[in-house]
Design a protein around this ligand. Sequence first.
Ligand SMILES: Cc1cc2nc3c(=O)[nH]c(=O)nc-3n(C[C@H](O)[C@H](O)[C@H](O)COP(=O)(O)OP(=O)(O)OC[C@H]3O[C@@H](n4cnc5c(N)ncnc54)[C@H](O)[C@@H]3O)c2cc1C
Length: 354
Amino acid sequence: MDRVDLAVVGGGVIGALVAREAVAAFPDATVAVLERGLIGQGASSRSAGVHFPRGATGRVRSMSEHSERVWKHLAAELDLPIRELDATVVAGDADAVSATYLRLGAETAPADPARGWAAPPGSRAWELDGCQYADVQGVTGRVLASLRDRVSVLEATEVTELSYDGEYHRLTLGQGRELLARRVVLAPGPWLAHPAWADLVAPLGLRVKKVVATHIESSPAPDDPLTIFHDEDAFLLPLHERGHYLFSYTCDRWDVAPDDVDLVLEASDLDDARAVLGRFAPGLVARCTSGRVFCDAYSPRREPVVAELRPGLVFAGAANGSGYRLAPAIAAETVAALDLTPTGTISQPLQRQS
Ligand SMILES: Cc1cc2nc3c(=O)[nH]c(=O)nc-3n(C[C@H](O)[C@H](O)[C@H](O)COP(=O)(O)OP(=O)(O)OC[C@H]3O[C@@H](n4cnc5c(N)ncnc54)[C@H](O)[C@@H]3O)c2cc1C
C-alpha cells in the first residue's frame, strides 16, 4: 500500500500553499495532494482574487500582512498571474477604516466621474497601498507545477473515506486504492459535507454561503484603481486581462452546497447587486448583466480555521470569502500544527499514477 508523510486533501489555493509550505519546512517529507477534479477548479476557479491589506481582528490583520509578503515573493519567483493596482477605500466612518486597513494613504476625493462612481453624501475616501488581484486558478496551478518534483499531485482522485488506527490515517481513494498517511490536511473548500469528514468537521460550526460577483460590461483603462465600498462590503475591480469590471457585493444566501445545480446567477442576485451598485454608480447599473457564482466556507468568528480534528489530521480553510488573500498565512499556521519530522517508518513512497 502507498504511504506518505502528508496527504493534502483538496487541490485549491489553500491545499497548494499547504503543500508548498510543508516541503519548505520538511524537505525530506513525502507529500501528496489529492484532488477529485482538476487542480484549482473549486472555489479558487471563480475567485475575484483580490487582496487588500485589512482585517477585522488582530489575527486576520497579521495573516493579511504575512500573506501579502509571501504573495509578493512568490509572484516574482514563479511569475504568477498577480497584478498590483492602486486602490481607494470609501466609507462613512474614518475610525472604522483606520482600525481595519493596514496601509491607508492620503485622503482623496470620494468620487471619480471618469470611472463612473461617486460616494453618497457624508462619505470620505482614502488611498490604500498594497492591493493586488490574481487569476487564482492560474496561481494554484503554477504553485503546484513548481512542486511536481517533490509532491505527488493526484487529480481525478476523490477521497471517499478516512479512518485512523492510532498511527496512520487510511484514505480510501475513488479508484478503490488506499493510501496511508502519517498526517492529513483537509483543505476541501466548501465541500464540508462530504461523508468522509462531515462528522469530523461538524463541531467547527462552519457554514457554506453563496458568493456572487457580477460582471460589468465596461472596459477598464490601464491605470484604473480598485474601489472598496467599506460600509457595504463591496468592491469594484477592473479586470484588465478580461476587459471588463467586476462588482463584488455581499450575497446573503446561506447553507448552499457546492455541487447543487441551482447554484447559478439568479435574477434576484442581479437585482441585489444593482441595488448596491446604484448607490455609487447608477450609470453602470445597466451594464451589470452577468457574473460568476459559487460558494465558500464561513466560520462563526469570521476568521480562517486551522484546527486539529484528530491526532495528525488538521482542517484548513473556512476563510470567509478571503481564501486567496489569506492562503499563505493559513498554510503557515497549518504546517506549524503538523509534526512532519521524518521517523524513518515511511519505507514505500507513493507511486505516481501511470
Ligand atoms: C465568486 C467568488 C469571489 C471570490 N473573491 C475572492 C477575493 O476577491 N479574494 C479572496 O481572497 N477570496 C475570494 N473568494 C474566496 C476564495 O476563492 C476561496 O476562499 C478560496 O478559493 C478557497 O480555497 P480552498 O483551497 O479552500 O477551496 P477550493 O478552491 O474549493 O479547493 C478545494 C478543493 O477540494 C476538492 N475536494 C473536495 N472534496 C474532495 C474529495 N472528497 N477528495 C478530493 N478532493 C476534494 C475540490 O474539488 C476543490 O478543488 C471568492 C470566492 C468566490 C466564489
